[in-house]
Design a protein around this ligand. Structure first.
Ligand code: MG
Ligand code: MG
Length: 262
């Protein structure tokens, strides 16, 4: 069941999603060698709660597994759903920070992969392509197209550059719930899948691997890592479908102001 949102609902979603962007920017200020992923999580959770919102991931269940933290923090070969902990960031790491909040009944969801200090050029290139693929997906997220047009655009862009697309995890509809219909894969066929209609809100989130596409779930039941342990990148925006041009509800503006000053 796909829920179409009214303009009023979309504005509430924008507020939630802008808080996600502000939270990621706050976390970005602290990203440096020696900082633990748990410290980043604490900064994020406090910021979310100080703004009257609830972190969506904390307490999120998949069957009997309960996610323990506010942010998913995934370093290097970890793709998504990393649990914050004692690991201290090192020069040359990449770290994906995924944040979800609920504010005034509506959800925001966005993710950004950060560089820690100086990163190898080939890893920088992976991040650049993954972020670009997100925006190429978004260009296809307009009324009258189909989910497969978004999926195919992301897949082609990344595979043409020699990267692989994670199949096991996908983007999703979003609204009052963090995960609504439809699913938004980062691979697929043009012209297939759900028709995009005005008022649909979806989270588009390419997860792109430098090596092979297969992934494994670690024993903690959450952390998804690449099978070959090569790096993976993840960028995510929540958007609303409109006529002519997608409306990006989350924002990287504050994040990138911080990143550029680091
Ligand atoms: Mg997310
Ligand atoms: Mg998401």
């Amino acid at each position: 069941m796909i829920y179409l949102k009214t303009d009023e609902e979309i504005e509430l979603m924008r507020v939630a999603n802008l808080l996600v962007g502000a939270t990621l920017a706050e976390v970005a200020k602290a990203i440096a060698p020696g900082v633990s992923t748990l410290q980043l999580d604490r900064i994020g959770e406090s910021f979310i709660r100080d703004h009257g919102a609830v972190p969506l991931f904390k307490g999120f269940r998949i069957k009997r597994n309960v996610f323990p933290n506010a942010l998913c923090i995934s370093v290097n070969e970890n793709v998504v759903h990393g649990i914050p902990g004692d690991y201290r960031l090192k020069e040359g790491d990449i770290v994906s920070v995924d944040c979800g909040v609920k504010l005034n009944g509506y959800c925001g969801d966005s993710a950004y992969t950060f560089e820690v200090g100086k990163v190898k050029p080939e890893v920088k290139a992976l991040l650049k392509t993954t972020k670009e693929s997100l925006y190429i997906g978004i260009q296809n997220a307009i009324e009258g197209k189909r989910i497969g047009d978004i999926s195919n655009a992301i897949q082609r862009y990344c595979e043409d550059k020699g990267y692989s697309v994670v199949r096991d995890l996908v983007g999703h509809g979003i609204g009052r719930e963090m995960h609504e219909d439809p699913q938004v894969p980062n691979y697929g066929k043009k012209g297939y899948g759900a028709l995009l209609r005005k008022g649909m809100c979806i989270a588009i989130e390419p997860m792109i691997n430098m090596g092979k596409k297969n992934v494994k779930v670690e024993k903690d039941g959450w952390t998804v890592r690449t099978g070959d342990r090569r790096p993976s990148a993840h960028f995510e925006h929540t958007i609303a479908i409109r006529n002519g041009k997608a409306d990006i509800l989350s924002s990287f503006d504050l994040i990138e102001q911080v990143v550029q000053n680091n």
